[in-house]
Design a protein around this ligand. Structure first.
Ligand SMILES: NC(=O)c1ccc[n+]([C@@H]2O[C@H](COP(=O)([O-])OP(=O)(O)OC[C@H]3O[C@@H](n4cnc5c(N)ncnc54)[C@H](O)[C@@H]3O)[C@@H](O)[C@H]2O)c1
Length: 281
């Protein structure tokens, strides 16, 4: 089994490393050489910490790092791949161009998967001549830690392609679920958005403070982080844009972003990364 990963950002770098940790040879491509160096350094850092904690043998860490072959030449990266996972910027035109190119240069039997969180595979598969071999394979950040993969079939995805994606996810040591319909937000973000939206409604209505809503969710539902703490962790701009996207796509008032959330984003208080969001850091 040979895997190629296209895009070596926060997701692609760790998707490649997770596969390599499980014995899979990976070609990791990015158009930006600096991103490839950053990906290798960052993965080395993660694996070194596992070695320090005694959770990974030093030799196994080195082997896993050497199984990720970085390259800026896309044709070389996908030449002998059975499976390609695309993880470039969340831009449909960029992704469609890549899918069209992959269709030309990858083996005709290779599966083309996208890690996109919001772009359904049908929008990318239509740029190829192999829509039956295209599928969404949605990993979660940070991939080296988060166990789940959502496999989402488009209207043309074949059973064999879903099977191949399931097999790969399992070979990578991950738990996979299959969505038989292409829906916005897939399962996890759909449920997360609904719960978060309800938390914002309670805040907007003055029912409780954001701290108390977080405490209620953490202690009463056993979530590791309440919705406001989680928003600060992921970036309030990410939460806001996800909401705005769902609102625009569905036109459903239930998804309209909270005015209090919008105010935070407009004030540049985006969470941990800016030193302040709902909480101060
Ligand atoms: N970050 C998350 O939490 C998360 C979670 C699940 C899924 N995703 C999805 O993963 C994908 C990547 O997200 P990310 O956070 O890793 O992005 P990122 O910005 O960290 O990385 C994107 C990478 O793609 C590269 N790239 C852009 N255009 C390219 C091209 N034409 N050819 C080759 N490389 C190219 C960039 O150089 C960059 O290294 C997106 O589709 C996103 O929806 C992200």
């Amino acid at each position: 089994m040979k895997l190629a990963v296209v895009g070596a950002g926060s997701m692609g770098a760790q998707i490649a490393q997770q596969a390599a940790l499980n014995g899979i040879d990976v070609a990791l491509h990015d158009e930006d050489e600096a991103q490839l160096r950053k990906a290798v350094d960052s993965n080395r850092g993660h694996l070194s910490r596992r070695v320090e904690k005694g959770r990974l043998a030093p030799g196994d860490a080195e082997t896993a790092i050497s199984r990720v072959h970085v390259m800026t030449d896309l044709s070389q990266a996908v030449a002998d791949a059975d499976f390609v996972i695309e993880a470039v910027f969340e831009d449909v035109d960029v992704k469609r161009a890549i899918f069209a190119e992959l269709d030309h240069i990858a083996a005709p039997a290779a599966v083309l998967a996208s890690n996109s969180s919001t772009i359904g595979i049908s929008q990318l598969a239509s740029a190829t001549t192999r829509p039956a071999r295209c599928v969404n394979m949605h990993f979660f950040y940070p991939v080296l830690v988060m166990d789940l993969v959502e496999i989402v079939r488009g209207p043309h995805t074949s059973d064999e392609t879903v099977e191949a994606a399931l097999k790969l996810a399992r070979a990578m040591g991950r738990t996979a679920v299959v969505l038989n319909k292409e829906i916005d937000g897939f399962i996890v973000n759909r449920i997360l958005h609904a719960a978060t939206q309800e938390a914002y409604r309670l805040l907007d209505a003055g029912v409780a403070t954001f701290e108390d809503i977080d405490t209620a969710v953490e202690k009463g539902l056993n979530w590791p982080m309440g919705p406001f703490r989680l928003g600060d962790f992921s970036g309030l701009d990410v939460t806001y844009n996800a909401r705005l996207h769902m609102f625009r796509v569905t036109g459903d008032e239930r998804y309209r972003p909270s005015p209090l959330l919008e105010a935070k984003v407009k004030a540049g208080k985006l969470g941990r990364k800016t030193g302040e969001g709902w909480y101060r850091y």
